[in-house]
Design a protein around this ligand. Sequence first.
Ligand SMILES: Nc1nc2c(ncn2[C@@H]2O[C@H](COP(=O)(O)OP(=O)(O)OP(=O)(O)O)[C@@H](O)[C@H]2O)c(=O)[nH]1
Ligand SMILES: [Mg+2]
Length: 202
Amino acid sequence: MRAFAQALFLRASGRIAELPPPGPPEVAFAGRSNVGKSSAINALTGRRALARTSKTPGRTQTINFYALGDQARLADLPGYGYARVPQALRAHWRELVGAYLQSASRLTGVVVVMDARHPFTPLDEQLIDWLGDVAFFVLLTKADKLSRSAQATLLADSARRLGRNRATLFSSITRQGVDECRDRVAQWLTQPQNKKPPVKGI
Ligand SMILES: Nc1nc2c(ncn2[C@@H]2O[C@H](COP(=O)(O)OP(=O)(O)OP(=O)(O)O)[C@@H](O)[C@H]2O)c(=O)[nH]1
Ligand SMILES: [Mg+2]
């Protein structure tokens, strides 16, 4: 799929009413604040500054949509789990992301991004549970911060939790795992499964 390199910013939606109407097949990137969701989108598209990244957790507060030509879209979801985010904003996150996931009828898969040094937090487990039937793939990001042996242990643990081929070590700096992730996303975008949207609340 060549369209990754043509990615263009489409829209930022901060409220339910601003969510775009269903378009072409779409893949969303979800995960805790600051794990590297926006960086992963940049790594996949080969565009350094397509999605805004920041050292400050909680940077992305809107759902940011990117068009890959007219055939596919990516959605960068706001991060969760940042302790200093006020209660009202957390409720807002639940409402916005909940509405998005339940209404995103063209959502064909979710890339669940986790920090390889702090993977499978309770909120990550909740998200995976919440996704229900929607296909997902886990990126264990910032793998460049782990030793080879810690990487191997983490991958084995992830396979035990999720089954084989459901997770990859990833680094937007060394580009480890980028091709594997791009292949998986391209597969979802070109062969949409049309699974039921999630029904549970988070
Ligand atoms: N070492 C390392 N740092 C990374 C990697 N990916 C992202 N970062 C850094 O982590 C910080 C957060 O990255 P973002 O891509 O903005 O994270 P995010 O998940 O989009 O964050 P929010 O939008 O706040 O939820 C930035 O300082 C990035 O440079 C990686 O693979 N390795
Ligand atoms: Mg972000």
